[in-house]
Design a protein around this ligand. Structure first.
Ligand code: GTB
Length: 217
């Protein structure tokens, strides 16, 4: 059965691949599963019909027959669970990859989101200039630790996994800040993931949503 995901009809990132449907598209491309996309406006995301699928009125969702999922960690895990390619067959390697998925969304993503919020939503508040260095310091702390663990290896565990997919997408959110530039091994890790054919296909698909819009000139 072909799953259907939801995505922004007009992503605020203008097709840079930072919205979270990118994680799901990328996972589906990695495992070779075709999918459909239903595009939603911000108003449609808060419509009761979408709230029935996603209690927080967000994208992405994942529908496959009777199954409806939200939360990208859960969706990517479901995809990885049902197809070969994103989780190792070996039980311990699989558990480690899932650990990295949780680390991405629970440990690395929160300070990165805090930085995005401080800059994009709170940039005009009088206390932001004082707070920003603290927020950046917390992000650097996590990057220091992640960089030390990655070292000069290609991926977080032996082979590329759903853990890398989630971690790379979390790190990409830092690109506009330039903070990743201070970590050559993390920058190379992100670039290595972006060079994967599945990533490129997913990126092009979400970019097409933006570029196919009629110009408002
Ligand atoms: N924890 C959830 C998950 O992982 O699935 C978070 C889902 C989420 O935050 N969805 C966002 C959303 O629907 C879109 S991706 N927001 C609308 C709302 O809450 O009303 C977040 C996002 C938005 C914009 C950019 N950007 O412009 O760069 C990047 C990421």
């Amino acid at each position: 059965m072909t799953p259907t995901i939801t995505a922004f009809a007009a992503s605020p990132d203008r097709g840079q691949g930072l919205a979270r449907d990118m994680r799901v598209r990328w996972a589906l491309e990695e495992v070779g599963q075709p999918y459909k996309v239903r595009l939603l406006s911000f108003a449609e995301m808060k419509d009761p019909s979408h709230l029935a699928l996603h209690p927080f009125g967000q994208i992405p969702t994942y529908e496959e027959g009777d199954l409806v999922l939200f939360e990208t960690g859960s969706i990517v895990l479901h995809i990885a669970d049902h197809h070969a390619g994103l989780l190792a067959a070996n039980a311990n390697a699989r558990a480690r990859a899932i650990t990295w998925m949780f680390a991405a969304v629970n440990t690395v993503e929160p300070p990165i989101l805090d930085l995005a919020t401080a800059k994009l939503l709170e940039g005009d508040r009088p206390w932001t200039m004082e707070r920003l260095p603290l927020v950046e310091h917390r992000v650097r702390g996590r990057l220091d630790q992640l960089s030390a663990r990655l070292g000069d290896t290609l991926w977080l565990d032996d082979a590329f996994s759903a853990g890398d997919l989630m971690m790379v997408h979390v790190l990409q959110r830092l690109k506009p800040s330039g903070l990743l530039n201070g970590y050559p091994n993390l920058s190379a890790y992100v670039a290595r993931a972006e060079a994967r054919p599945a990533y490129e296909r997913a990126f092009r698909a979400q970019l097409a949503v933006f570029t196919s819009k009629p110009s408002t000139g």
